[in-house]
Design a protein around this ligand. Sequence first.
Ligand SMILES: Cc1cc2nc3c(=O)[nH]c(=O)nc-3n(C[C@H](O)[C@H](O)[C@H](O)COP(=O)(O)O)c2cc1C
Length: 200
Amino acid sequence: MTDTDLGAALPLPVASADFQDRLARRRSAPAQSLTGPGPSREEIERILLLGARTPDHGKLFPWRFVVMGPQSRADLAEKLLPLADGQPGPDKARKVLSKLTAPPLTILVICSPVDSQKVPVWEQHLSAGAVCMNLEHAANALGYSASWITDWYSYNAAAMALYGVQPGEQVAGFIHIGTLAEAPLERPRPNLAERTQYLP
Ligand SMILES: Cc1cc2nc3c(=O)[nH]c(=O)nc-3n(C[C@H](O)[C@H](O)[C@H](O)COP(=O)(O)O)c2cc1C
């Protein structure tokens, strides 16, 4: 499947036990445990194509991507270390930054809201979050594990300047992608009955 022609009729959903099973047992990876192999250039483009196929009110596309290979993140981590705030010491700071440096591939999703009379900025943020989740699904669909991380350097102005976040923009997430040596373990899940209301 390639990018679809504008106006082309698209298939309606079909029930798929396989799709349901994958969603039911989907799990993020611990970022620092992600290792190679990571996606090829062709696979990265595919992950972006699938991930960007995300609802956004008004077709504003209020997000953009920075694809970061290992070298750029190693350089970035060295620059972030002196900026680390709220970390008890350099060892802890380096440990936190290992989530950024360990994975073979990272896609930084920047929420870049567009001036709009119609679409609130909040909704544009939601769309950026949906892109993050969809990138995880896309990575999973290509057989990779993924992790959505923000950490302190998503909110520190000096750090954000290092990866080109402009005024008005925000980091939606660092989506780390790679391979896990060991299967992840299940974590607590919400009691849906407690947080779901059914109306007639
Ligand atoms: C917006 C957002 C930011 C996150 N930032 C961090 C983070 O900075 N550090 C961290 O350890 N986990 C962070 N997480 C949590 C991880 O993504 C975690 O792996 C995930 O919630 C596990 O969910 P899952 O088991 O449904 O895949 C963040 C999650 C979201 C949605």
